[in-house]
Design a protein around this ligand. Structure first.
Ligand SMILES: [Zn+2]
Length: 71
């Protein structure tokens, strides 16, 4: 069985390519993960992508390039 960290990484990889993908929360296994992008002050080429469970509220933050979803 994968640990939660690996599940979050998998989820991030899916949502990196398709922010509308339905991904079950690694923490509670009930909610779906939703995505919210935040600009980073003083770092205009990057965004923080918050991956948030709509059920339990757990989240992880993925920092990524603003204009290039491949990284
Ligand atoms: Zn959850």
């Amino acid at each position: 069985m994968k640990d939660k960290t690996h599940k979050w990484i998998d989820a991030a990889n899916i949502l990196r390519h398709n922010i509308n993908a339905k991904v079950i929360c690694p923490e509670c296994g009930i909610g779906n993960l939703t995505v919210k992008d935040e600009l980073i002050k003083n770092w205009p080429s990057k965004i923080d992508r918050y991956i948030i469970c709509n059920y339990c509220g757990k989240y992880n933050i993925l920092t990524m390039n603003k204009n290039n979803d491949s990284n």
